[in-house]
Design a protein around this ligand. Structure first.
Ligand code: URA
Length: 496
């Protein structure tokens, strides 16, 4: 009998299985063991530590290098590997062994093992779906909490990592934690950290204090802010002689030493850099060169919206477009795709563009604000109107786009776009009648397509779309007029 000792995840099992298959070890000759606390698993002479993997991210599509499995079986194995059952690794190895020995029926639901494999995978897929659907984040109430959102969830299988990766792509740079009885996931705005509770030996199973403690440690580690470390105050508030009674005590020296060896400086850099400071006149020859503006939209920190967005969404379209359309800000889908107007408002805009006899490919589409501003509502991210300060901060980018594209006509879609264009707060209805001068050229204002989305009846939705279509048609004619040769006088006095 061989004992195979692995970390409790698919990548470790896959590597160990490859090794075992290469050695020709039949399933019934292997006892699969999962690593727990070191003292609970003394290495016996026949223990065969085939593989130690600490990197569960690295999951290749096929389970081993030496074994070719079908795509379908690979997917089944990966899902079934998340099924909570202490026998899962032995069972999956049996499946792989049979497959490698030419027994393809093992992947069929008509086979007893195949049926079990399909059941396991199906149950895991359900658990994945449920976790995405039912996790509820709550915003913490303190002024600057870390993480900003927390959720408690009890998944039926080991789908925490999978779900956490899903949320890390959806929640932008907001910090959050999902705690489960088996571990926790933290998103620090940039990276995902997983704290898996190791499977406990039987005598320790079912002790709720262990669960709470694992979570507390994970939470403590994630909220320890090296930028704010004040060791003297820490030791004063929590005298060292009491540390031995605290579950988190063993973490503290490591966290302090990491803070001292650089983490503190790195963590403080953002807030120190953001300080206004005091201006001190200096001789020009001693002055530092003026600080470069952000070199790319992606690195823009001119307001706080970047924190919660997946990415900045710049404009798109020909660099010499005659007409530029300005929307408000990217929505949920634009935030994920990195492109303006690809969601439901974009579809309505497309139909208005078509009504005007234009093609999207001829237009330059952009937004007044380049990061998605939203608030959580259940598992959805609800659009939130950007504030005047955010519009003003993002004006920097709009101005650069206007200078680069130099459109003959600008169409402001909605009040936010209009405010951004005119750089002051105005009322949309005062501008919808006729073309007006803006940004050194001519502009037209109309409804934002999402206003059509909000209409209750088809008739009123159609009416709004018609009005947007008409405005675009006017923009087209005006651009034709302005750009026709010998029309300098018209340029000065367009007909609208
Ligand atoms: N609404 C906007 O204003 N812009 C987009 O890109 C999408 C929706």
């Amino acid at each position: 009998m061989h004992a195979v000792l692995i970390d409790d995840h698919f990548a470790a099992w896959r590597a160990a299985s490859l090794e075992a298959l290469n050695r020709g070890l039949a399933p019934e000759t292997i006892e699969w063991r999962v690593k727990t606390a070191p003292e609970s698993l003394p290495e016996s002479p026949q223990t065969l530590a085939l593989f130690e993997c600490h990197e569960p991210r690295e999951v290749a599509p096929s389970p081993t290098r030496g074994v070719q499995v079908s795509k379908e079986l690979a997917a089944l194995l990966q899902d079934a590997a998340l099924f909570r059952d202490p026998q899962r690794w032995a069972f999956l190895y049996k499946v792989l062994w049979r497959w490698q020995h030419g027994d393809r029926t093992v992947a069929s639901p008509a086979d007893a093992d195949g049926a079990r494999l399909h059941r396991m995978a199906k149950s895991v897929r359900r658990a994945k779906h449920d976790m995405i659907a039912y996790v509820r984040f709550r915003r913490q109430t303190a002024a600057a909490p870390t993480p900003e959102y927390i959720a408690w969830y009890e998944p039926a299988h080991d789908v925490l990592r999978w779900a956490a990766e899903h949320f890390s792509q959806r929640m932008g740079r907001s910090t959050w934690m999902i705690a489960t009885p088996h571990g926790a996931a933290f998103w620090d705005g940039d990276q995902l950290h997983l704290e898996q509770r190791r499977a406990l030996p039987d005598e320790h199973r079912g002790n709720p204090e262990d669960d709470a403690e694992a979570l507390w440690l994970a939470y403590y580690r994630s909220t320890f802010n090296p930028a704010r470390l004040n060791q003297a105050a820490l030791e004063q508030h929590m005298p060292v002689r009491f540390w031995k009674g605290l579950p988190e005590a063993h973490l503290i020296p490591t966290l302090i030493s990491a803070a001292k060896s650089g983490a503190q400086r790195v963590a403080q850099a953002g807030s120190v850099g953001a300080l206004d400071g005091k201006s001190i006149p200096v001789e020009a020859e001693f002055a530092q060169p003026a600080r470069e503006p952000p070199s790319s939209l992606d690195r823009c920190r001119r307001c706080e919206l970047w924190r919660h967005a997946t990415q900045a969404v710049g404009g798109s379209g020909p660099g010499d477009a005659r007409i530029m359309l300005i929307g408000e800000q990217p929505g949920d889908q634009e935030d994920l795709a990195g492109q303006p107007f690809v969601g439901p408002a974009g579809q309505l805009l497309d139909s208005a563009i078509a009504r005007a006899g234009l093609l999207r490919a001829q237009l330059y589409l952009t937004n007044a604000v380049k990061h998605f501003k939203w608030e959580p509502r259940g598992k959805r991210r609800l659009h939130k109107t950007p504030g005047q300060q955010e519009i003003a901060a993002c004006g920097y980018w709009l101005e650069r786009e206007l200078l680069a594209v130099r459109p003959a006509v600008i169409v402001a879609l909605g009040a936010t776009a209009l405010n951004a264009l005119l750089q002051r707060k105005v009322s949309l209805k005062d501008y919808t009648g006729a073309p007006f001068e803006a940004a050194g050229g001519w502009a037209i204002a109309t409804w934002h397509p999402s206003f059509a989305l909000r209409q209750q009846s088809d008739a009123s939705r159609d009416k709004v779309l018609d009005e947007i279509g008409n405005a675009l048609m006017r923009a087209r004619r005006l651009a034709d007029e302005l750009l026709a040769p010998n029309t300098q006088t018209q340029r000065d006095h367009p007909q609208g």
